[in-house]
Design a protein around this ligand. Structure first.
Ligand code: HPA
Length: 234
């Protein structure tokens, strides 16, 4: 039992998938896990534990943005012994070759700040994915017939951004997509020597304005869950 997670020690698996949306956690647990049971519903931030191919796995919502994700990642690591944390979420596409519905596997995550920034003082820490998870996820995607984009993403603090010049610099520097959580997940995991990765579906595109129709979201989200599960247990 922690401030934000009303579960007992042992209720969570060592491997935790983290969608931003708690209802996505519910859907993914009911769709992909056997014997899924609800282990957390504090503040409606649903978390489930079940099994996938005989492996124990949890799916816990992170909420939107790095401050919210940071709370759940810290408590899962410190109090529930999470070893592998994989964000499964959506992002905005930033490069012309990155299309809506495509999958991005994030090697690194740039940010202006994260909740961890102040401890680095004048150092720009480079949040980086776990290499083994990243390699496994690329292989799992390719085995599903999906060609993922692999590279850097931008973890923004604002969805309604009043500084489009920041996005312009990201685009210029080859950043593939923008979301709001991965940089802090990678930083917290590094601090505690845990494995982290973000697997993302492109839900909208900053340059073309195209957006994924709601009826396509579930299928695209399902591909991501399968990649994350296969990567965790490869
Ligand atoms: N910006 C930030 N986060 C996002 C976006 C976006 O355009 N799309 C999906 N998550």
């Amino acid at each position: 039992m922690t401030v934000h997670i009303g579960a007992k020690k042992g209720d969570f698996a060592e491997t935790v998938l983290m969608p931003g949306d708690p209802y996505r956690a519910k859907w993914a647990a009911e769709t992909f896990l056997s014997d899924a049971r609800l282990v957390n519903d504090v503040r409606g931030m649903l978390g489930y534990t079940g099994t996938w191919n005989g492996h124990r796995v949890s799916i816990q919502g992170s909420g939107m943005g790095m401050p919210s994700l940071s709370i759940y990642a810290n408590e899962l690591i410190r109090d529930f012994d999470a070893q592998t944390l994989i964000r499964i979420g959506s992002c905005g596409g930033m490069q012309p070759e990155v299309k809506v519905r495509d999958v991005i596997i994030a090697m690194t995550a740039t940010s202006v700040t994260t909740p961890s920034s102040t401890m680095f003082k004048d150092v720009n820490f480079a949040p980086t994915a776990d290499w083994t998870l990243l390699r496994n996820a690329v292989a799992a995607a390719e085995a599903q017939g999906i060609r993922p984009h692999v590279g850097g993403i931008y973890s923004s603090d604002t969805f309604y951004d009043e500084r489009p010049d920041l996005n312009e610099q990201m685009v210029r520097h080859g950043v593939l997509g923008v979301e709001m959580e991965a940089a802090e997940l990678y930083t917290v995991a590094a601090r505690h020597k845990r494995r982290a990765l973000a697997v993302l579906t492109v839900s909208d595109h900053l340059q073309t304005g195209e957006a994924l129709p709601s009826e396509d979201r579930e299928r695209s989200f399902g591909e991501m869950v399968e990649i994350a599960l296969a990567a965790a247990f490869a």
